[in-house]
Design a protein around this ligand. Sequence first.
Ligand code: SF4
Length: 388
Amino acid sequence: MSAAHSNAEDHAHKDHTTVRPWRAIQRRKSRKIRVGAIEVGGDAPITVQSMTNTLTADAAATIDQIRQLEEAGADIVRVSCPDEDSTKAFKAIAKASKVPLVADIHFHYKRGIEAAVAGAACLRINPGNIGSPDRVREVIAAARDHGCSMRIGVNAGSLERDLLEKYGEPCPDAMVESALRHAAILQDHDFHEFKISVKASDVFMTVAAYNLLAEAIDCPLHLGITEAGALRTGTVKSSIGMGNLLWAGIGDTIRVSLAADPVEEIKVGFDLLKSLGLRHRGVNIIACPSCARQGFNVIKTVEALEARLAHIAQPMSLSIIGCVVNGPGEALMTDLGFTGGGKGAGMVYVAGRPDHKIDNERMVDHIVELVEARAAELAAVTVAEAAE
Ligand code: SF4
């Protein structure tokens, strides 16, 4: 392996545009905004978000969950502020959080102002729902004064009554019209630091709405399939909907909504981006499904490696393949590889080449050591590059 790059990084940066043009994704050109220190839109990496599900008023529990999300790689975390107790706790939460926080407000304009004062980096609020023009002005002024951006979040399930009457039922056109109305309010106040989401639980409606919106406005787009479902079904649904959009170059920040531990949302979000080569974090394990030819227990091994390598943030690829039918070929494309062989041992591949043999029983520990060493090497290169 070269010192500065892993195969995973090479695939991300070079192959997409030159060597393997069929992998290229042309991202829609969006305006860049900031959510605290994080850039969203333009050429910024697509960010991965989740949302806490603790009581916000319980600052300690919320901070604890934010920590877990940070460790999983979350770039941005959203925190609900349904009442004054929540915005009161928000100050301590924002202070303790390493990632920028989005305060989820909905209707209560005062909560929006309180959250901006308390350190929110972004307000999730629909200006058309705030009420009188004075209230709208106050919220926008608070956002401006405290360096908050905003997210307009249109949901097919809560469209304005006049739009439902006009269109007969929730549909992509109604969602986009609603989004553009809210956006016009911000634009009329010369406020342009906003992103938009147009979510529905229906994959077709969501994809159609985002496609329309992407043509209609240049702000960054926050992708999501709302109420997607439990871990497995929600992941499948989100992957179809968001995968379709991301593949078409649409989307600047994503949230996978799952009825599951929020940490899973971050993991699935990164897996989605990894699958499309849009972002790389951690070890991308390529594994065969296994069959009677396997030289070791592939499924158990991959489970063990996934758990033991979850702490690795550096992008790296690892192939764990049961036998020589596909092992050497997959190893060619990965930073590290293991292919099962006979007599209780297999071959370790480094940078695509057979390197040495290892016994099956020692293999997991050995691969973990190799990955950790490689991660430390990549981290040192990053630090050295930053110091240059
Ligand atoms: S790589 Fe080998 S063990 Fe794995 S599924 Fe294919 S034939 Fe079976």
